[in-house]
Ligand binder design. Structure first.
Ligand code: NAP
Length: 554
């Protein structure tokens, strides 16, 4: 394909997205490698997920002291979080602070959506176009578009006719949505729904929760940050904390239990569950028993424990039974932690509608009609999740060699090497792409691992006069098989989750993240780099011409 006559600017790299990934990558490549960078961001400000997810109760499930960048020791010492878990407005302030402090805005064009990116084989450049009429070229195309950013609004007949307001949690209005005195519906009980429901319930006149799948959830035990812990245990020890987080299974500086739930007495087991329930948070998942993730008999013990807690918390036995998950193991969908989620069903103004039993038929001008009943609402909240991991890629027209659309390449599910590159799409890097452990981890730690690895790879290419790097097809196939093999014995395969694309009608059922753990993954990425970037085809000159590869049959 010939160079496009409309292009005016050639960059070293175009980065898509200005969330954690895009901001970190921009700083790294500009400051450490001196590259010319253009970032395109759809939003009017930085923040990515945290720019869009402004729904009531939105906060992160990672503890705040590790939900941040680690590249600047000064920043780590200067920034003070106010909550144990960071709230959306505070995370957004943090990312704005980072953008200002490191002077990142000058390379970011806001209110701009990348519509297409095509690899030009005659010049080895990416041609990138936006909805604002930009048409630029770049040697590298780097995506920082998030894994959970393309909202899923179910195709329910009649939505256009609804006379009230409706919002998706992932594209929440910037203006306050006033629920006071309103009849509100929330559809969906995933991470977003269970955060929003208790907060909306306190304001609304009536809240009806439309639940398809009941959930296991553990109390978060959210509170204001423990200043003594931060000043005495965290800030002086950040180096060790990050080291531990980087090599851990999930990007948290914690120990994973090695115990088996089946090797202890029932009394001991219950005591351990009770202790971790009281402490709250993700410690319940990693600190109790190792085999709850892999052995269904061990998992049954934890599932039964959480079910008993739900029955204990919820006053009305009928409502409690509707809330008790019976059709999937604990931890097979994204683990949830909450603040007063189950307690909310004891409020007089909250009702639970079981749409598994009586599905939503349509949205009417006045509300929602299920098989059994018609409900009237002023506001409908869609907490119905995302076309995760691949949706944001496939919204753009990305084409690699031979004009091959990524959509076609991924028609049977995403195919990547390490979740970092796609064969046939040279010099395109994905930060936290499908096939990487990202969504099973504390995100900033996973993101920084990719940022560092990509940056070192680019440095290697430059030092060796190599123009292009491209995943070899055999290595890509082997990685896809490995991702499947690792997921196979886990509980993840036993639920209809977005990890498997099961929430989107027609999406190929493929387990998308790498379940082998961040530390193991980091080790693999480092080994590949140490072996001269094994598995990548490295080419130079204006034509694809392999100059160096240790990939035997990449
Ligand atoms: P989600 O986990 O996919 O949950 C979506 C909910 O909507 C589920 O209850 C789902 O039911 C329901 N749903 C989907 N389509 C439906 C339909 N057609 N009719 C009725 N119900 C439908 O989405 P999410 O809650 O937005 O969370 C997505 C991910 O974002 C999380 O897993 C997490 O990784 C991240 N997140 C994190 C936080 C945090 O850190 N606290 C907060 C928000 C989001 P089924 O279960 O039956 O599919």
């Amino acid at each position: 394909m010939a160079a496009d006559p409309r292009t005016t600017t050639d960059f070293d790299a175009v980065i898509i997205g200005a969330g954690f990934a895009g901001l970190g990558m921009l700083r790294q490549l500009r400051e450490e490698l001196g590259m010319s960078i253009q970032v395109y961001e759809t939003g009017s400000g930085v923040g990515g997920t945290w720019y869009w997810n402004r729904y009531p109760g939105a906060r992160c499930d990672s503890e705040s002291y590790v939900y941040c960048f680690s590249f600047s020791k000064e920043l780590l010492q200067d920034w003070n979080w106010s909550g144990k878990y960071p709230e959306q407005p505070e995370i957004l302030s943090y990312l704005n602070h980072v953008a200002d402090r490191f002077d990142l805005r000058r390379n970011i064009q806001f209110d701009t959506r990348v519509t297409s990116a095509k690899f030009l084989e005659d010049t080895n450049r990416w041609l990138i176009e936006t909805d604002q009429g930009d048409c630029v070229t770049a040697r590298f195309l780097i995506t920082g578009i998030g894994c959970i950013s393309t909202g899923n609004i179910p195709d329910i007949p009649g939505l256009d006719s609804f006379e009230g307001d409706w919002h998706h949690t992932g594209s929440w209005p910037h203006e306050k949505v006033d629920f006071v005195g309103k009849r509100v519906a929330v559809i969906g009980t995933g991470s977003s729904g269970i955060q929003a429901i208790p907060v909306i319930a306190k304001q609304a006149k009536r809240l009806s929760v439309f639940q398809r799948t009941p959930q296991y959830s553990i109390p978060a035990r959210h509170e204001t940050v423990d200043r003594r812990f931060i000043e005495e245990d965290v800030k002086p020890n950040y180096d060790e904390i990050w080291e531990k987080a980087r090599w851990s299974r999930s990007g948290f500086p914690v120990e994973f239990s090695q115990r088996s739930a089946l090797d202890v007495t029932e009394e001991e087991r219950l005591e351990i569950y009770e202790t971790h329930w009281a402490k709250g948070g993700f410690g319940f998942l990693h600190g109790t028993f190792a085999d709850i993730r892999t052995d269904i008999r061990a998992n049954d013990t934890v599932a039964e424990f959480v079910r008993s807690k739900i029955r204990e918390i919820v006053d009305d036995p009928g409502t409690a039974e509707k809330l008790v998950p019976m059709d999937h193991p604990y931890g097979s969908k994204r683990a949830l932690i909450d603040t007063n989620y189950f307690e909310t069903y004891n409020r007089w103004n909250v009702e639970l509608v079981d749409i598994r039993r009586s599905p939503i038929r349509e949205i009417t001008p006045k509300g929602i009609r299920t098989g059994d009943e018609e409900f009237e609402f002023d506001i409908i909240v869609f907490a119905t999740g995302y076309d995760a991991m691949t949706g944001s890629f496939l919204k753009m027209d990305i084409r690699g060699r031979n004009d091959l659309p990524l959509k076609e390449k991924w028609s049977e599910g995403p195919k990547t090497y390490l979740g970092l590159q796609v064969s046939g799409f040279p010099n395109m890097f994905m930060i936290t792409g499908p096939g990487s452990p990202s969504v099973l981890c504390n995100m900033p730690v996973a993101i920084e691992q990719h940022i560092e690895w990509i940056s070192e790879f680019i440095e290697f290419l430059d030092e060796n006069g190599i123009e292009t790097a491209e995943a070899g097809i055999n290595y890509e196939s082997a990685w896809v098989s490995h991702v499947n093999e690792v997921a196979e014995p886990t509980m993840f395969m036993l639920a209809n989750s977005w990890y498997l694309g099961a929430n989107i009608p027609g999406k190929p059922r493929v387990f998308m993240p790498y379940a082998g753990g961040l530390g193991t993954y980091r080790e693999k990425c480092n080994e590949i780099a140490d072996n001269g970037y094994e598995g990548f085809i490295l080419g130079s000159g204006s034509r694809r011409r392999p100059v160096a590869t240790s990939a035997r049959e990449a």
